[in-house]
Unconditional design. Structure first.
Length: 228
């Protein structure tokens, strides 16, 4: 039986010291639209949503049984708990003295209690840099003045609540299909999560499968997770 826990980030992230906390894609993404997809827990078969515009890379990776089992073990460990019980679980599973933690290389904030639990954890660990992409914007906005300084949030365009990004002046990321598209938008491309973790400015993410076709034109770009 797979145990819940954090995992090391993949080799395309900016540091080997990064830990990630992952949940099942789609099932925990109430705000997703353009990237919505779910991978069946039992069969590993992926199904895209009717409004999907690009593949959810994390859902693709969940076709692998070990990846899928870990995400579901994490979700099972917290899904029926209240805020403070979730806090206890996250602290119990947290790696010792982590310096860098990406909240969700797969999945998203699926409830207000769950979002609030992460705020408690981040505030209690001021020496750790946390960051997260999200389309669950109402949860963030309801706590807009209470985000700890060591948690960098990025709103992901392509969700059900896109209108809230400009309304509230949220830092954001847009998925693009080429370097030229990013240049037209005036956005730098984040290739390794560095801008997600440290920059206060918006940026672009090159769609993972388009990126493979453009490797020679973009030698500095790296395969990465699409935003949840």
């Amino acid at each position: 039986m797979t145990k819940p826990g954090f995992t090391r980030g993949n080799r395309y992230l900016f540091s080997p010291e990064i830990w990630t906390w992952n949940l099942p894609s789609g099932y925990t993404c109430p705000g997703a639209r353009a990237c919505f997809a779910v991978t069946n827990r039992e069969t590993g078969r992926m199904t895209k949503g009717k409004h999907a515009e690009f593949k959810c890379y994390s859902a693709v990776t969940e076709r692998y049984p070990a990846v899928r089992a870990k995400s579901w073990a994490n979700y099972d460990a917290i899904r029926d708990l209240d805020k403070w019980a979730i806090v206890d679980v996250l602290f119990a599973l947290m790696p010792r003295d982590p310096s860098l933690v990406r909240i969700h290389a797969a999945g998203d904030y699926w409830s207000q209690d769950y979002f609030d639990a992460w705020l408690v954890v981040c505030e209690a660990m001021p020496e750790t840099r946390f960051w997260a992409f999200t389309k669950s914007l109402p949860y963030w906005i309801s706590r807009i003045g209470h985000i700890p300084p060591n948690l960098m949030m990025t709103a992901s365009y392509g969700g059900k609540h896109d209108q809230l990004i400009a309304q509230h002046g949220l830092k954001y990321a847009r998925v693009v299909y080429s370097e030229e598209e990013a240049r037209m938008l005036g956005l730098p491309i984040d290739t390794d999560d560095r801008l997600a973790a440290y920059s206060n400015d918006p940026f672009a993410l090159l769609e993972n499968f388009s990126r493979r076709k453009l490797q020679r034109q973009l030698p500095m770009a790296s395969p990465r997770y699409d935003t949840p």
